[in-house]
Design a protein around this ligand. Structure first.
Ligand code: NAD
Ligand code: IPM
Ligand code: MN
Length: 363
């Protein structure tokens, strides 16, 4: 069996509930596809602040560095929202992403059969939607210097947005490479009519594109993109953009699928090690009730097989299982038409495991 070490970081809120379902599917797929998993849990986020006084304890950092892959739930919640930046749960995400050099955040969004009527958008707009947001994850305004000055006339708060050419180049290359395995179209999204960093972004995009003559490149301003993504979503293939724009556009893209509870992500660097987490957060409004949709986390496990273990067959088997249970009518409360018909988080996960067990290996 292939031995892999997987760090599991449930985090806060629904993170604790959804990650359990992800681990169930990880273990089942591991059994079927010949893996021996060493699964180890660790604290991160608000829970780590409460118990150890820091959102990203050194033991958690060490575990992630020793692991082949990291499965994360979500962090954050009202309890820690007034904390200073260094003692916020979200700080752990930045340390983890930057510490492991995971600059490429892949956030796919496509329509699942049976969910055509689940979106707030009309179904004819959603037919054939299949896009991939490639979000730069370790630069930009998230990581620039920030400070607040208290003055007599009122406070001033500053965030700085910095991009180096090498950071733009590597994420653009990643986007073009990914487009080659898809429909060969890259939409580079920026705000080049206003931001200096976006003008550099566009210049680098044009230069990098010359190495990929088989891939079409278009540039789009982010405000227009926010509109086009819900007006004609099927025209997008790969969307590549800076950190904050990618954060916002990927939540918007969730609406194409029907729920943010369906959107997985992979965060990658140069090697095979990756961080896998749902796009959504800790959802304090529904935490502790066992009603959250675990599909995004389960689909993130599929991405783990694909990108960290280079196992396309296992990845597809998991994705196919999620597709099938949704087609058969499995609905958590975010997608159910009535509360009576809604499955709990673990019922949904169990159903996926049952379907996965029926998977026939490729001949
Ligand atoms: P959120 O994504 O947690 O929730 C937004 C809405 O979507 C809520 O109504 C929530 O109930 C719903 N939702 C989210 N995931 C769902 C799921 N799996 N199933 C069903 N419904 C789901 O965003 P928010 O409310 O803006 O943020 C809450 C906290 O999460 C904040 O502290 C934020 O910083 C944090 N957050 C963390 C991450 C992460 O850890 N990667 C990502 C986003 C937000
Ligand atoms: C995400 C989240 C985080 C981000 C927050 C919680 C810091 O929204 O993973 O999308 O903005 O990167
Ligand atoms: Mn986000």
């Amino acid at each position: 069996a292939k031995t892999k070490k997987v760090a599991v970081l449930p985090g806060d809120g629904i993170g604790l509930e959804i990650v359990e379902e992800g681990v169930k599917v990880l273990k089942q797929a591991g059994e079927q596809f010949g893996y021996h998993f060493e699964v180890e849990h660790a604290l991160i986020g608000g829970g780590a602040i409460d118990r150890l006084g820091t959102p990203f304890p050194e033991a958690t950092n060490q575990l992630c560095r020793e692991s082949d892959a990291v499965l994360l739930g979500a962090v954050g919640g009202p309890k820690w929202d007034q904390n200073p930046p260094e003692l916020r749960p979200e700080k752990a995400l930045f340390d983890l992403r930057q510490g492991l050099g995971l600059y490429a955040n892949l956030r796919p969004a496509s329509l699942f059969p049976g969910l055509e009527g689940s979106s707030t958008l009309r179904s004819e707009v959603l037919k054939d939607v299949d896009l991939l947001v490639v979000r730069e994850l370790t630069g930009g305004i998230y990581f620039g210097d920030k400070w607040t000055e208290e003055k007599e006339g009122g406070a001033t708060a500053t965030d700085t947005l910095v991009y180096h050419e090498y950071e733009i180049e590597r994420i653009l290359r990643r986007a073009f490479e990914l487009a080659r395995g898809r429909r060969r179209k890259v939409t580079s999204v920026d705000k080049a009519n206003v931001l200096e960093s976006s003008r550099l972004w566009r210049k680098v995009a044009k230069r990098v594109a010359k190495d990929y003559p088989d891939v079409e490149l278009e540039h789009m301003l982010v405000d227009n993109c926010a509109m086009q993504i819900i007006r004609r979503p099927k025209d997008f293939d790969v969307i590549v953009t800076e950190n904050m724009f990618g954060d916002i556009l990927s939540d918007e893209a969730a609406i194409l699928t029907g729920s943010i509870g369906l959107l997985p992500s992979a965060s990658l660097g140069e090697g095979s090690r990756g961080l896998y987490e749902p796009v959504h957060g800790s959802a304090p409004d529904i935490a502790g009730q066992g009603v959250a949709n675990p599909a995004a986390t389960i689909l993130s496990v599929a991405m783990m097989f694909r990108h960290s273990f280079h196992d396309e067959e296992a990845a597809r088997a998991i994705e196919q299982s999620v597709r099938q249970v949704l087609a058969e009518g499995a609905r958590t409360a975010d997608l159910a038409t009535s509360d009576e018909l809604a499955l709990s988080t673990d019922q949904f996960g169990d159903w996926v495991v049952e379907v996965l067990k029926q998977h026939n290996p490729d001949p």
